[in-house]
Ligand binder design. Structure first.
Ligand SMILES: [Ca+2]
Ligand SMILES: [Ca+2]
Length: 130
């Protein structure tokens, strides 16, 4: 847990930044281990992952949420999803719901979205399909 993590030592700025990045990657990896399989999708949550077979979690959300943009290393990475809510979710190639759309159907999942839908999601919502 981050609460018990020691404060970063006072290092030169560039090194400190690298350390923080490594810390964040490590923390993210730890969280991902709880989501290694699509079967790990929490009930009443819609989740999207980078790479096939739910390799690493991009986002996990309750139903009814509006558009959220993805940026940085989670942008254009979605290649598998699972939706254990009763509401369709949707992902968009563009930010703010722009460009092409794919629906993440309620009560369903896909461990490897089609080539044309892979690695393109830049925003998504959990309050309805396309
Ligand atoms: Ca995109
Ligand atoms: Ca794919």
């Amino acid at each position: 847990m981050s609460a018990s993590r020691p404060r970063p030592q006072p290092l030169p700025a560039a090194v400190g930044a690298k350390d923080r990045e490594a810390d964040e990657r490590g923390a993210r990896r730890t969280r991902l281990q709880a989501h290694e399989s699509g079967l790990g999708v929490h009930s009443d949550r819609s989740c999207i992952w980078g790479n096939n077979d739910y390799a690493w979690i991009i986002g996990e959300r309750a139903p009814g949420g509006g558009l959220v943009n993805l940026s940085g290393e989670v942008n254009n990475q979605m290649d598998s999803w699972g939706n254990r809510t009763t509401v369709n979710s949707a992902g968009y190639d563009g930010a703010n719901g722009g460009a092409s759309c794919q629906t993440f159907s309620a009560g369903s999942r896909d461990n490897n979205v089609s080539f044309e839908n892979s690695d393109e999601i830049s925003s998504w919502k959990t309050n309805g399909g396309c």
